[in-house]
Design a protein around this ligand. Structure first.
Ligand SMILES: [Zn+2]
Ligand SMILES: [Zn+2]
Length: 355
């Protein structure tokens, strides 16, 4: 089969590799669509994990083979797959902090080499503990590319539930990339007043279609003043930080009212330092929250929400590429500034397409 193999030094090559073999309790999926996620791009750009690896974890496809003892699935089932599933029993799982579970960190979907998701290839092997709890069937009428949003949507829904927004809340979403736009959609379902910010006109335009009440470029508009105007001088009730531009968390604190919740969703770098006064948290009684990765508790709910058609997810897809074009897709997603006019958002890799 063909696969995009990360070879080290930020190089990805499309190679012929062995189609994975499956064992008892496992299934083989023919990958039809896999979303490109920034966590994969980071691992490639900064060489975070030793090569060779085949990345890609927002995977949708068709069951091609089932191992012995598999009863829930059969060949030709259309499915999405999560690449991590927690043990359900450890200290962290008991406290519902699934992303901290040691078993959760073990990747259970692979196209070969050290398991890394494998979705940027034509077939993936799904290991038994994932088959049991991490695979959902896609209903008829839902495309593979929309179904591939189940995993990223789950991560956003988890963060939204942690903040528990109410219909009369005024919420600031900083950054309207694919993740920020998912937040905007979910908050719109909750009936919140949403102020969405970004510096790219196309993203601001989309944020309106995704439910933002106000879509603003912070370079042209005084965002804290606008929020105060909407809240009798208080500031945002909740802020979602959905991009990692320097100084943005400081801005989030400035834009929020006393007692607000501030969700750090894009602050995944160990190197990023954030600086504001202790009093803005202590005296201002603000809560800084973090959320990372998906929750198995809302797996069904996030799948149902994606499949329901209630969210305009198709708007987020900017590019569809065959494997041969994956290097371009990665460059485009990592350095959008080098490709004026392309406006990348969610890029979907379609491994069965020929160039
Ligand atoms: Zn992802
Ligand atoms: Zn656990």
């Amino acid at each position: 089969m063909q696969a995009a193999v990360y070879r080290g030094n930020s190089v990805v090559s499309v190679d012929t590799v062995d189609t994975p073999e499956i064992g008892p309790g496992e299934i083989l999926i023919r990958v039809e669509a896999c979303g490109v996620c920034h966590t994969d791009l980071k691992k490639i750009e900064y060489n975070l994990l030793a090569p060779p690896r085949i990345y890609g974890h927002e995977t949708a496809g068709v069951v091609a083979h089932v191992g012995s003892n598999v009863t829930r699935f059969q060949p030709r089932d259309r499915v999405i797959v999560f690449h991590h599933i927690p043990c359900g029993q450890c200290f962290y799982c008991q406290r519902k902090l699934y992303a901290q579970c040691p078993v959760y960190r073990k990747v259970g979907v692979t196209a070969g080499f050290e398991p890394a998701g494998g979705g940027f290839s034509q077939y993936v092997r799904v290991m038994d503990w994932i088959v049991e709890r991490g695979v959902e069937k896609i209903p008829d009428g839902v495309s593979f590319e929309v179904a591939a949003f189940v995993e990223p949507l789950n991560t956003c829904l988890k963060a939204v539930q942690q903040c528990d927004p109410q219909p009369d809340d005024v919420v600031l979403v900083q950054g309207q990339g694919p993740i920020g736009l998912l937040f905007t959609m979910l908050l719109s379902l909750r009936g919140c007043t949403i102020l969405a910010t970004d510096t790219i006109p196309r993203r601001l335009e989309l944020s309106k279609q995704c439910g933002a009440t106000f879509s603003l470029d912070p370079r042209n508009v005084d965002v804290p003043a606008k929020l105060k105007e909407l809240t009798d001088g208080r500031g945002a009730d909740i802020v979602f930080v959905a991009t990692n531009v320097k100084g943005l968390v400081e801005e989030a604190v400035l834009c929020s009212r006393p007692g607000a919740k501030i969700m750090l969703f894009a602050q995944t770098s160990d190197k990023e330092k954030i600086e504001f006064s202790g009093a803005s948290i202590c005296v201002g009684e603000r809560s800084l929250l973090g959320s990372y990765s998906a929750s198995v508790d809302i797996q069904k709910e996030s799948a149902d929400l994606v499949f329901s058609g209630k969210l305009p997810l198709h708007l987020l897809i900017s590019h569809r590429v065959p494997l041969d074009k994956i290097e371009f897709a990665f460059r485009l997603a990592t350095h959008p500034g080098e490709f004026p006019g392309e406006n990348p958002l969610k890029i979907i890799v379609r491994p069965q397409d020929a160039e």
